[in-house]
Design a binder for this molecule. Structure first.
Ligand SMILES: [Mg+2]
Length: 313
């Protein structure tokens, strides 16, 4: 498991940075001129290798986990990001989702991170899924599924407290844990399908909500044609798209480029795909050029090494 944290975290940041310049672009336009590497400026007017909120909040969580798990401190690191540009690529943030903004505003007013998140159905953007990967490193040896679920839930709910967002994070994290353990990806996928369905039955989760995860949990999402895979900012679309891209690719680069070229929420689909693809294919499989041109790569590397030491070896 050498470099596993680096593989996952760089996986997120690079997927994000590949997507930032083309965020909001339509799939049909990207079909004509597909992204094949870092671009610059365009959608957000940012230089090459710039990552966005997805990576910032992932790095905030990773950084807090190097000091031990503390929900309130994770919440406060989001505040520091929002107010002072903590863990931003160039010292200030240039993008923030609505649900995240509202929830952080509550934290700023003094609300506990336990109660800061939005909880309604319309609060199911991909804003907690995009930053949940570091929990896989923290929870990889947790055998109590209830503890696992509750931890993923409370971290999601700092901003995204609705069941759908929480459950999407849960599926993603338990999948990432299986990949960390070295399972083959199809084996890992079928395993988490079983675990998630069983757990939802034991817990008596709302069947209407579970039904929405049908294509992921009861069917095989990788077998759907591309035109049935959506890549908006909706959490369910992002989870489906990232699993689909990952399960239908043979390298890190192929997976993240496939994700970005789906269009729309390109940086987040790239980030979410990049996390699992990085873990699965390993740090060595990430193109060197993308690593060397990633903004703040030394800081990210130092953080990953610290987290690796704390949680893995
Ligand atoms: Mg973003």
């Amino acid at each position: 498991m050498e470099n596993i944290v680096k593989a996952g975290i760089f996986g997120v940041c690079i997927g994000d940075a590949l997507g930032v310049p083309v965020e909001f672009k339509k799939r049909e336009d990207l079909k004509k001129i597909p992204v094949t590497g870092y671009l610059e400026f365009m959608s957000w007017n940012q230089p090459k290798g710039t990552w966005s909120d997805d990576s910032s909040l992932t790095l905030c969580i990773a950084d807090e986990l190097t000091k031990g798990y503390n929900l309130e401190k994770i919440g406060q690191s989001f505040v520091k990001w929002n107010k002072y540009g903590h863990w931003t690529a160039h010292g200030r943030l240039f993008d923030i989702g609505g649900t995240t903004r509202h929830s952080i505003a509550r934290l700023i007013k003094g609300e506990s991170a336990k109660f800061s998140g939005n909880i309604f159905e319309e609060d199911n953007g991909n804003g907690s899924l995009m930053r949940t990967l570091p929990l896989a490193f923290y929870l990889k040896d947790e055998e109590n599924i209830e503890k696992l679920y509750q931890t993923i839930k409370e971290v999601s709910a700092i901003t995204h407290g609705h069941f759908r967002s929480v459950f999407a994070c849960f599926i993603y994290v338990i999948f990432a844990i299986e990949l960390i353990k070295g399972k083959k990806r199809k084996e890992a996928y079928f395993h988490i399908q079983k675990v998630a369905v069983e757990y939802s039955e034991i817990q008596g989760f709302n069947p209407k909500e579970i039904e929405l995860f049908y294509r992921i949990l009861k069917d095989d999402i990788s077998t759907y044609p591309e035109e049935e895979i959506k890549s908006s900012g909706y959490v369910l679309h992002s989870l489906e798209a990232s699993l689909w891209c990952f399960l239908n690719s043979e390298t890190y680069a192929e997976a993240v480029l496939k994700a970005v070229n789906l269009g729309e929420d390109t940086d987040t689909t790239g980030a979410i795909t990049g996390g699992i693809a990085g873990i699965y294919y390993g740090f060595e499989n990430i193109p060197e050029e993308w690593i060397s041109e990633l903004v703040r790569k030394e800081d990210i590397e130092a953080l990953c090494e610290k987290l690796q030491k704390k949680l893995i070896a």
